[in-house]
Write a protein of this length. Structure first.
Length: 291
Protein backbone atom coordinates (compact mmCIF):
# COMPACT_ATOMS: atom_id res chain seq x y z
CA UNK A 1 0.00 0.00 0.00
CA UNK A 2 1.40 3.39 -1.02
CA UNK A 3 -0.15 6.68 0.04
CA UNK A 4 -3.54 5.10 0.59
CA UNK A 5 -6.38 7.42 1.63
CA UNK A 6 -9.96 6.45 2.52
CA UNK A 7 -12.63 8.93 3.60
CA UNK A 8 -16.13 8.41 4.90
CA UNK A 9 -17.73 11.82 4.53
CA UNK A 10 -15.70 14.22 6.66
CA UNK A 11 -13.94 11.38 8.47
CA UNK A 12 -10.51 10.36 7.16
CA UNK A 13 -10.20 6.71 8.20
CA UNK A 14 -6.92 6.05 6.35
CA UNK A 15 -4.64 9.00 5.76
CA UNK A 16 -1.71 8.40 3.41
CA UNK A 17 -0.92 4.94 4.72
CA UNK A 18 2.21 3.14 3.50
CA UNK A 19 2.52 -0.57 4.24
CA UNK A 20 4.62 -3.43 2.89
CA UNK A 21 4.19 -6.97 4.24
CA UNK A 22 7.15 -9.31 3.59
CA UNK A 23 6.45 -12.86 2.46
CA UNK A 24 6.41 -15.58 5.11
CA UNK A 25 6.14 -13.35 8.19
CA UNK A 26 3.46 -12.69 10.75
CA UNK A 27 2.93 -8.95 10.40
CA UNK A 28 1.00 -7.13 13.10
CA UNK A 29 -1.08 -4.04 12.40
CA UNK A 30 -1.36 -2.52 15.86
CA UNK A 31 -3.42 0.51 16.77
CA UNK A 32 -6.16 1.86 19.03
CA UNK A 33 -9.82 1.59 18.11
CA UNK A 34 -10.59 3.95 15.25
CA UNK A 35 -6.98 3.99 13.98
CA UNK A 36 -7.99 2.65 10.55
CA UNK A 37 -7.00 -1.00 10.91
CA UNK A 38 -10.31 -2.55 9.83
CA UNK A 39 -10.69 -0.06 6.97
CA UNK A 40 -7.22 -1.07 5.78
CA UNK A 41 -8.28 -4.72 5.86
CA UNK A 42 -11.43 -3.93 3.89
CA UNK A 43 -9.38 -2.16 1.23
CA UNK A 44 -7.00 -5.13 0.95
CA UNK A 45 -9.91 -7.54 0.46
CA UNK A 46 -11.67 -5.34 -2.08
CA UNK A 47 -14.63 -4.58 0.19
CA UNK A 48 -13.71 -0.89 0.12
CA UNK A 49 -12.00 1.15 -2.57
CA UNK A 50 -9.26 3.64 -1.66
CA UNK A 51 -9.89 7.27 -2.60
CA UNK A 52 -6.19 7.76 -3.35
CA UNK A 53 -2.94 5.79 -3.44
CA UNK A 54 -2.05 2.38 -4.85
CA UNK A 55 -2.71 -1.13 -3.50
CA UNK A 56 -1.07 -4.34 -4.74
CA UNK A 57 -1.64 -7.80 -3.24
CA UNK A 58 0.42 -10.76 -4.49
CA UNK A 59 1.17 -8.86 -7.67
CA UNK A 60 -2.48 -7.96 -8.34
CA UNK A 61 -3.47 -4.31 -8.50
CA UNK A 62 -6.59 -3.42 -6.51
CA UNK A 63 -9.43 -2.82 -7.07
CA UNK A 64 -9.27 -3.87 -10.75
CA UNK A 65 -7.85 -7.32 -9.88
CA UNK A 66 -9.53 -7.82 -6.51
CA UNK A 67 -11.06 -11.17 -7.49
CA UNK A 68 -7.69 -12.57 -8.54
CA UNK A 69 -6.11 -11.40 -5.28
CA UNK A 70 -8.94 -12.78 -3.12
CA UNK A 71 -8.63 -16.20 -4.77
CA UNK A 72 -5.09 -16.42 -3.35
CA UNK A 73 -5.78 -15.07 0.12
CA UNK A 74 -7.75 -16.19 3.14
CA UNK A 75 -9.75 -13.77 5.24
CA UNK A 76 -11.00 -14.07 8.81
CA UNK A 77 -13.34 -11.14 9.51
CA UNK A 78 -13.66 -9.38 12.85
CA UNK A 79 -17.35 -10.22 13.14
CA UNK A 80 -18.69 -13.75 12.65
CA UNK A 81 -20.60 -14.14 9.37
CA UNK A 82 -21.28 -17.87 9.56
CA UNK A 83 -24.40 -19.13 7.79
CA UNK A 84 -27.11 -19.81 10.36
CA UNK A 85 -28.36 -22.91 8.50
CA UNK A 86 -25.07 -24.72 7.83
CA UNK A 87 -23.23 -27.28 9.88
CA UNK A 88 -19.54 -26.97 10.65
CA UNK A 89 -18.48 -29.43 7.93
CA UNK A 90 -20.88 -27.81 5.45
CA UNK A 91 -19.35 -24.37 6.05
CA UNK A 92 -15.93 -25.71 5.12
CA UNK A 93 -17.24 -27.69 2.14
CA UNK A 94 -19.05 -24.64 0.72
CA UNK A 95 -15.92 -22.51 0.93
CA UNK A 96 -13.79 -25.28 -0.56
CA UNK A 97 -16.11 -25.21 -3.57
CA UNK A 98 -16.13 -21.42 -3.72
CA UNK A 99 -12.34 -21.37 -3.77
CA UNK A 100 -12.37 -24.10 -6.42
CA UNK A 101 -10.50 -26.74 -4.45
CA UNK A 102 -10.45 -29.71 -6.89
CA UNK A 103 -13.14 -32.31 -6.18
CA UNK A 104 -10.51 -35.01 -5.66
CA UNK A 105 -8.90 -32.97 -2.86
CA UNK A 106 -11.98 -31.39 -1.33
CA UNK A 107 -12.78 -33.99 1.33
CA UNK A 108 -9.18 -34.05 2.50
CA UNK A 109 -9.12 -30.24 2.63
CA UNK A 110 -12.23 -30.22 4.83
CA UNK A 111 -10.79 -32.86 7.17
CA UNK A 112 -7.51 -30.94 7.41
CA UNK A 113 -9.37 -27.75 8.28
CA UNK A 114 -11.47 -29.54 10.92
CA UNK A 115 -8.32 -30.95 12.50
CA UNK A 116 -6.60 -27.56 12.39
CA UNK A 117 -9.53 -25.95 14.20
CA UNK A 118 -9.94 -28.85 16.63
CA UNK A 119 -13.59 -29.21 15.62
CA UNK A 120 -13.71 -32.83 14.47
CA UNK A 121 -16.14 -33.75 17.24
CA UNK A 122 -18.45 -30.87 16.34
CA UNK A 123 -18.45 -31.38 12.56
CA UNK A 124 -22.18 -32.20 12.40
CA UNK A 125 -23.31 -29.35 14.65
CA UNK A 126 -24.74 -26.14 13.29
CA UNK A 127 -21.96 -23.57 13.15
CA UNK A 128 -23.92 -20.91 15.01
CA UNK A 129 -24.37 -23.20 18.04
CA UNK A 130 -20.61 -23.18 18.70
CA UNK A 131 -19.10 -21.05 21.44
CA UNK A 132 -17.48 -17.75 20.48
CA UNK A 133 -13.99 -19.24 20.59
CA UNK A 134 -14.99 -22.25 18.48
CA UNK A 135 -16.68 -19.99 15.93
CA UNK A 136 -13.48 -17.96 15.69
CA UNK A 137 -11.47 -21.14 15.12
CA UNK A 138 -13.94 -22.16 12.42
CA UNK A 139 -13.61 -18.77 10.73
CA UNK A 140 -9.84 -19.16 10.62
CA UNK A 141 -10.13 -22.75 9.34
CA UNK A 142 -12.56 -21.54 6.68
CA UNK A 143 -10.03 -18.91 5.61
CA UNK A 144 -7.38 -21.63 5.21
CA UNK A 145 -9.47 -24.19 3.32
CA UNK A 146 -7.74 -23.50 -0.01
CA UNK A 147 -4.21 -23.18 1.47
CA UNK A 148 -3.86 -19.45 0.66
CA UNK A 149 -0.54 -17.69 0.28
CA UNK A 150 -1.54 -14.90 2.65
CA UNK A 151 -4.08 -14.85 5.49
CA UNK A 152 -5.71 -11.65 6.75
CA UNK A 153 -6.89 -11.82 10.36
CA UNK A 154 -8.95 -8.80 11.43
CA UNK A 155 -8.92 -8.62 15.25
CA UNK A 156 -8.88 -12.46 15.46
CA UNK A 157 -9.25 -12.68 19.26
CA UNK A 158 -11.43 -9.66 20.03
CA UNK A 159 -13.89 -10.31 22.84
CA UNK A 160 -12.54 -13.76 23.70
CA UNK A 161 -11.45 -14.92 27.14
CA UNK A 162 -7.70 -15.40 27.84
CA UNK A 163 -7.76 -19.22 27.52
CA UNK A 164 -9.38 -19.11 24.07
CA UNK A 165 -7.00 -16.34 23.01
CA UNK A 166 -4.06 -18.59 23.93
CA UNK A 167 -5.50 -21.39 21.78
CA UNK A 168 -5.84 -19.08 18.80
CA UNK A 169 -2.33 -17.77 19.34
CA UNK A 170 -1.06 -21.35 18.96
CA UNK A 171 -3.02 -21.65 15.73
CA UNK A 172 -1.48 -18.43 14.36
CA UNK A 173 2.02 -19.55 15.38
CA UNK A 174 1.44 -22.78 13.47
CA UNK A 175 0.53 -20.82 10.34
CA UNK A 176 3.70 -18.78 10.57
CA UNK A 177 5.82 -21.91 11.06
CA UNK A 178 4.28 -23.38 7.89
CA UNK A 179 5.50 -20.34 5.94
CA UNK A 180 2.08 -18.73 5.45
CA UNK A 181 2.18 -14.94 5.33
CA UNK A 182 -0.10 -13.56 8.06
CA UNK A 183 -1.35 -9.99 8.30
CA UNK A 184 -3.07 -9.55 11.64
CA UNK A 185 -4.77 -6.40 12.88
CA UNK A 186 -5.16 -6.10 16.63
CA UNK A 187 -5.40 -3.62 19.47
CA UNK A 188 -4.11 -6.21 21.95
CA UNK A 189 -0.51 -5.13 22.48
CA UNK A 190 0.59 -8.39 24.11
CA UNK A 191 -0.77 -10.26 21.09
CA UNK A 192 1.34 -8.26 18.67
CA UNK A 193 4.45 -8.53 20.85
CA UNK A 194 4.15 -12.32 21.18
CA UNK A 195 3.10 -13.28 17.66
CA UNK A 196 4.34 -10.74 15.15
CA UNK A 197 7.74 -10.85 13.49
CA UNK A 198 7.18 -7.25 12.44
CA UNK A 199 4.74 -4.61 13.65
CA UNK A 200 3.36 -1.41 12.17
CA UNK A 201 1.79 0.90 14.75
CA UNK A 202 -1.08 2.86 13.23
CA UNK A 203 -2.58 6.05 14.59
CA UNK A 204 -5.12 8.35 12.92
CA UNK A 205 -4.96 6.34 9.71
CA UNK A 206 -1.22 6.30 9.14
CA UNK A 207 1.82 4.29 10.21
CA UNK A 208 3.73 6.10 12.96
CA UNK A 209 6.36 3.40 13.59
CA UNK A 210 7.38 0.07 12.11
CA UNK A 211 9.86 -2.66 12.95
CA UNK A 212 10.24 -5.85 14.95
CA UNK A 213 8.81 -5.62 18.49
CA UNK A 214 12.36 -5.62 19.86
CA UNK A 215 13.46 -2.84 17.51
CA UNK A 216 10.47 -0.69 18.39
CA UNK A 217 10.98 -1.19 22.12
CA UNK A 218 14.66 -0.30 21.92
CA UNK A 219 14.08 2.76 19.75
CA UNK A 220 11.12 4.27 21.58
CA UNK A 221 11.33 3.00 25.18
CA UNK A 222 14.86 1.69 25.72
CA UNK A 223 15.92 -1.32 27.71
CA UNK A 224 14.53 -0.26 31.10
CA UNK A 225 11.74 2.00 32.28
CA UNK A 226 10.86 3.25 35.76
CA UNK A 227 7.28 3.53 37.06
CA UNK A 228 6.83 6.27 39.65
CA UNK A 229 3.56 6.10 41.59
CA UNK A 230 1.79 9.00 43.26
CA UNK A 231 -1.29 11.16 43.42
CA UNK A 232 -2.62 12.96 40.36
CA UNK A 233 -1.08 16.22 41.58
CA UNK A 234 2.30 14.58 42.24
CA UNK A 235 2.33 12.93 38.82
CA UNK A 236 1.40 16.19 37.12
CA UNK A 237 4.29 17.91 38.89
CA UNK A 238 6.69 15.10 37.93
CA UNK A 239 5.54 15.32 34.33
CA UNK A 240 6.19 19.07 34.18
CA UNK A 241 9.67 18.50 35.61
CA UNK A 242 10.33 15.70 33.13
CA UNK A 243 9.34 17.92 30.21
CA UNK A 244 11.62 20.71 31.49
CA UNK A 245 14.49 18.22 31.88
CA UNK A 246 13.95 16.57 28.48
CA UNK A 247 13.09 13.20 30.01
CA UNK A 248 10.66 11.09 27.90
CA UNK A 249 7.67 9.81 29.89
CA UNK A 250 4.23 8.35 29.41
CA UNK A 251 1.28 8.17 31.77
CA UNK A 252 0.57 4.64 33.00
CA UNK A 253 -2.60 4.65 35.08
CA UNK A 254 -1.61 5.59 38.65
CA UNK A 255 2.04 6.01 37.64
CA UNK A 256 4.28 8.11 35.44
CA UNK A 257 6.61 5.90 33.40
CA UNK A 258 10.08 7.21 32.62
CA UNK A 259 11.27 5.76 29.31
CA UNK A 260 14.90 5.04 28.39
CA UNK A 261 15.62 4.94 32.13
CA UNK A 262 18.93 3.17 31.47
CA UNK A 263 20.08 6.23 29.50
CA UNK A 264 19.06 8.73 32.18
CA UNK A 265 20.28 7.04 35.37
CA UNK A 266 20.74 9.62 38.10
CA UNK A 267 18.07 11.92 36.63
CA UNK A 268 15.09 9.61 37.02
CA UNK A 269 13.20 9.60 40.37
CA UNK A 270 13.10 6.45 42.44
CA UNK A 271 10.42 3.99 41.45
CA UNK A 272 9.82 0.50 40.17
CA UNK A 273 12.34 -0.44 37.50
CA UNK A 274 11.28 -3.01 34.89
CA UNK A 275 11.97 -4.11 31.32
CA UNK A 276 10.40 -1.93 28.65
CA UNK A 277 7.51 -3.44 26.68
CA UNK A 278 5.69 -2.80 23.44
CA UNK A 279 2.87 -1.28 25.53
CA UNK A 280 5.25 1.51 26.55
CA UNK A 281 5.95 2.17 22.88
CA UNK A 282 2.28 1.98 21.92
CA UNK A 283 1.10 4.46 24.53
CA UNK A 284 3.92 6.86 23.87
CA UNK A 285 3.19 6.92 20.13
CA UNK A 286 -0.62 6.80 20.15
CA UNK A 287 -1.68 8.08 23.58
CA UNK A 288 -2.10 11.54 25.08
CA UNK A 289 1.12 11.52 27.05
CA UNK A 290 3.87 11.96 24.48
CA UNK A 291 7.06 13.94 24.97
Amino acid sequence: MRGVVKRFGDVVAVDGLDLEVPTGLCFGLLGPNGAGKSTTMRILTGQAVADAGSVDVLGHHLPSESKLARARMGVCPQESNLDVDLGVRDVLDVFARMYRVPAARRAAAVERALALAGLGQRARDRAVTLSGGMQRRLLIARALIHEPEIVLLDEPTVGLDPQIRQELWSLIVGLREQGTTVLMSTHYIEEAERLADRVAIVSAGRVVAEGSPGELIQAHAGRDVVDVFGSAAELASLRRSAIASGLPTRRSGPALTYLHADSYDGRVPEGVRRNATLEDVFVRLTGDYVE
